[in-house]
Write a protein that binds this ligand. Structure first.
Ligand code: PBG
Length: 327
């Protein structure tokens, strides 16, 4: 008598067998491209620390979105780089601010063929680089910031955003934005909340991309989460869902796969993960030295994020990986 031997290798023998039994699939449908649009430039500017990614002009932005749509990427999220900043970040809700102009143009050009999202925050627009307004002691004033987020949400929805994405980690932001949108009859405008967003050292290249330096060598630890905490993320996500979030996000992705997996078990709304600028830059830098196969690592990382439970991934690899998947 011998036990039938179960050989797990049998189903790994050929690419076709492996494809048939794959538990997780990665498709261009899962990707969202973060795009930067800069006011007052006539040529797109490369971002050194996010190789292959540009600060776009309105024209090059349109061309990029056309390519992404052609590759089957359903959504883009816009970040603005304004020419001038002030204390309260008023450029963020200026109807003629660069993101609002870009949203109108892209909506005109592409109609509903692309899901237009806008990052909803103040840091790109404030002189001090924080995600909200400062109180008399120099710390971020939560409730005063909520009123300004409401202004930004209305400006972005008016300009044609399908989805606004609050990334500032202020308590009550989702509720404030939902109320403001509903009051102005933007009942169809959805909210993708940066719900579990950590105070990560992986955002450095992004801050180069949007010309943000936090005043006095400061940081965002007073409002973004401590990497030591996991349960707190579940509280953040549950709270955002109660406040009306349509999609919940975890950010960054690779160091927080446990958070994605736990959240996936607890909540049933769509979940996004943000593979952030530092994660992208690390892959690009090692690949440039010939130390890793950058394309293969990109696919492996994005597949892992999907396997952990994210339905969609915001990633600077969107275009390259969509090209690879289309081959
Ligand atoms: C805030 C915002 C940041 C990122 C997305 N939205 C920066 C921050 O919180 O400091 C980072 C994205 C990345 O690193 O790719 N507007």
């Amino acid at each position: 008598m011998s036990f039938p031997q179960r050989r797990l290798r049998r189903l790994r023998r050929t690419p076709t067998l492996r494809r048939m039994v794959a538990e997780t699939r990665l498709s261009p449908d899962d990707l969202i491209a973060p795009l930067f649009v800069r006011e007052g430039i006539t040529e797109p500017q490369p971002i050194t620390s996010i190789p292959g990614v540009m600060q776009h002009t309105l024209g090059s932005l349109r061309a990029e979105v056309a390519d992404l749509v052609g590759l089957g990427v359903p959504g883009v999220i816009l970040f603005g780089v304004p020419e001038t900043k002030d204390d309260i970040g008023s450029g963020a809700w200026n109807p003629d601010g660069i993101v609002q102009i870009a949203l109108r143009e892209l909506r005109d050009t592409f109609g509903d063929r692309v899901v237009l999202m806008a990052d909803l925050c103040l840091d790109e627009y404030t002189t001090h680089g924080h995600c909200g307004v400062l109180d008399g002691h120099g710390s971020v004033d939560n409730d005063a910031t909520l009123d300004l987020y409401a202004n930004v949400a209305i400006a972005q929805a008016t300009a044609g955003a399908d989805i606004v994405a609050p990334s500032g980690m202020m308590d009550g932001a989702v509720a404030a934005i939902r109320d403001a949108l509903d009051e102005e009859d933007f009942i169809e405008t959805a909210i993708m909340a940066y719900s579990a967003k950590y105070a990560s050292a992986l955002y450095g290249p992004f801050r180069d991309a949007v010309d943000v330096t936090i005043k006095d060598g400061g940081d965002r630890k007073g409002y973004q989460q401590d990497p030591a905490n996991a349960r707190e993320s579940l509280e953040e996500i549950r709270q955002d869902i109660l406040e009306g979030a349509d999609i919940a996000m975890v950010k960054p992705a690779m160091s927080y796969l446990d958070i994605i997996a736990r959240a996936r078990q607890e909540v049933d709304i769509p979940m996004a993960a943000y593979h952030v600028s530092g994660e992208y830059a690390m892959v690009k830098a090692a690949a440039e030295r010939g130390w890793i196969d950058g394309d293969a690592v990109a696919i492996e990382q994005l597949t892992s994020i999907r396997r952990a439970g994210a339905d969609m991934v915001l990633t600077y690899f969107a275009r390259d990986v969509a090209e690879l998947l289309n081959d």
